[in-house]
Design a binder for this molecule. Structure first.
Ligand SMILES: Nc1nc2c(c(=O)[nH]1)N[C@@H](CN(C=O)c1ccc(C(=O)N[C@@H](CCC(=O)O)C(=O)O)cc1)CN2
Ligand SMILES: NCC(=O)N[C@@H]1O[C@H](COP(=O)([O-])[O-])[C@@H](O)[C@H]1O
Length: 217
């Protein structure tokens, strides 16, 4: 069966990209990473993709007058690579409602908090300042409103005494690297899917408890 062609959009070092690359290398993974796009020419994740033999494109948002023109260039690269599904992985540009609508149900993101808490940026710093005791990460569908799309999976992480934002970010990142591939696999295997504003799951998923902190293999 043909594997789903996936594009991963990045802006930085690409550790979540690397976890997706590693997952897609598993023989039974239902998708292949066909393209990595970065809006920043010096993103470290571009090197990770190249080392894995994955096509890369830089679509620098600063080269475009409008978000729509920027996204048209992204869509051109996606169409050329015959991409069916998009994973945002540290991609730091807000996408327009039009793009989110065009890719509805095929566009997901990972965020380093338990949404809907701590939407937006500077998340780790804000969680430390707020004194939260449980943090975590969320994989969600991307909608027009940032960090507000239907939630696919989450993983909880303790905030420990003496934590600073770097220590907390590292602990959450460990779970991100497990959660993102697990959620992507559920979607590509059609064990989880978007239905209206909700994510519904196969009975097998509910039975095995994959919904909460999906398998950490
Ligand atoms: N329409 C949507 N776009 C994006 C979503 C989303 O859910 N809906 N998720 C974000 C990822 N993200 C947080 O998880 C996020 C990334 C960037 C920003 C932001 O304010 N970006 C600024 C520029 C910042 C920079 O270049 O350093 C901007 O775009 O003007 C907010 C949230 C990805 N997009
Ligand atoms: N609002 C989006 C956001 O904050 N995303 C976060 O950026 C980091 C990217 O790291 P990576 O480049 O090593 O994957 C990750 O922690 C991801 O959750």
């Amino acid at each position: 069966m043909a594997r789903t062609k996936i594009a991963v959009l990045i802006s930085g070092r690409g550790s979540n990209l690397q976890s997706l690359i590693d997952a897609a290398a598993e023989p039974d993974f239902p998708g292949e990473i066909a393209l990595v796009i970065s809006n920043r020419p010096k993103a470290g994740g571009l090197e990770r993709a190249s080392k894995a033999g994955i096509s890369v494109e830089v679509v620098d948002h600063k080269s475009f007058e409008t978000r729509e023109d920027f996204e048209a260039a992204i869509n051109h690269a996606l169409k050329t690579a015959k991409v069916d599904f998009i994973c945002l992985a540290g991609f730091m540009r807000v996408l327009t409602a039009g793009f989110a609508s065009d890719w509805r149900g095929r566009l997901i993101n990972i965020h380093p908090s338990l949404l809907p808490s701590f939407e937006g940026l500077h998340v780790h710093e804000r969680m430390i300042q707020a004194g939260v005791k449980i943090a975590g990460c969320t994989v969600h569908f991307v909608s027009a409103d940032v960090d507000s799309g239907p939630i696919i999976g989450q993983a909880a992480v303790p905030v420990l005494p003496g934590d600073n934002e770097e220590k907390l970010a590292a602990r959450i990142l460990e779970q991100e690297h497990k959660l993102y591939p697990a959620c992507l696999r559920l979607l590509l295997e059609n064990k989880a899917r978007l239905l209206g504003a909700n994510v519904i799951y196969d009975d097998t998923v509910v039975a095995t408890g994959e919904l909460i902190n999906p398998p950490t293999n």
